[in-house]
Design a protein around this ligand. Structure first.
Ligand SMILES: Nc1ncnc2c1ncn2[C@@H]1O[C@H](COP(=O)(O)OP(=O)(O)OP(=O)(O)O)[C@@H](O)[C@H]1O
Ligand SMILES: [Mg+2]
Length: 222
């Protein structure tokens, strides 16, 4: 059972290296500033590639599945002789969340938040027959934040990902553009995504930008 006192946010993406950790880190910082350090936990349940930079950047506990080789999680797991299991991840996530939910002494409990970064893209494999999508479904109820890069190719990549998710029956709650490597299209993509009816990004983070205020306002209106 998930703890209803904890608001769970899943950070997913159209692919690898698009800005999930960047967005998650800023979101964690903003939520901590507003709700208190002890009421926000960040997690990277599956990370491939020692020394596990994402978990470190997020200030999160060591990943439940820390896989040394910098490969797709399913392959890194196979090479490490490990099999990634949904139930084990769900239990681990709930254990971390229980820590923050119980950290308050006052009633009613203050709002607590868990920010969970997935590994790679929404359809990246974790094991045969198991993708991030299934992991994310197993972690519902939650809100899904889909990160895509503000660069050339995003019109296709976001359309492809959103089409797949619509077919799978669970679409993201928010789309965020981040800018790992600016190009001539950066700054134009959000408007084109809207005009083409592909997506309405809740936030666009330019290269070096750090203000996630508009997203926090949607997640936790004052
Ligand atoms: N808005 C931005 N401004 C500046 N740098 C950014 C921005 N978004 C992403 N980056 C940089 O781009 C690189 C890739 O971003 P990030 O590590 O957040 O991607 P990721 O989706 O978490 O990747 P992975 O799939 O490996 O977890 C990092 O060096 C990050 O600091
Ligand atoms: Mg990352």
């Amino acid at each position: 059972m998930s703890d209803q006192r904890v608001q769970r946010l899943l950070i997913a993406a159209t692919g690898t290296g698009v800005g999930k950790t960047h967005v998650a880190r800023l979101l964690v910082r903003a939520l901590r500033a507003r709700f208190g350090d002890e009421h926000v936990v960040a997690m990277k349940p599956v990370e491939s590639g020692a020394p596990y930079d994402d978990a470190r950047a997020l200030g999160s506990p060591a990943p439940r599945y820390a896989l040394p080789e910098p490969l797709s999680p399913h392959l890194a797991a196979r090479r490490a002789g490990v099999s990634i299991e949904l139930g084990a991840i769900a239990k681990w996530v709930e254990a971390q969340e229980a820590g923050i939910a119980l950290s308050g002494t006052m009633l009613p409990y203050p709002q607590s938040w868990s920010v969970i970064e997935t590994a790679g893209g929404v359809l990246s494999p974790l094991a045969p027959g198991l993708r991030n999508f299934e992991l994310m479904r197993a972690l519902d109820p939650s809100r899904w934040i889909l990160v895509a890069p503000d660069r050339l190719g995003v019109l296709h990549d976001l359309a492809a990902t959103l089409t797949a998710l619509a077919h799978l029956g669970r679409e993201p709650d928010y789309v965020v553009l981040s800018t790992p490597s600016p190009d001539a299209s950066s700054g134009t993509n959000a408007a084109e995504l809207r005009a083409l009816g592909i997506a309405g990004p809740a936030l666009v983070l330019g290269h070096g930008a750090e203000d996630v205020g508009p997203l926090v306002e949607l997640l936790a209106p004052r």
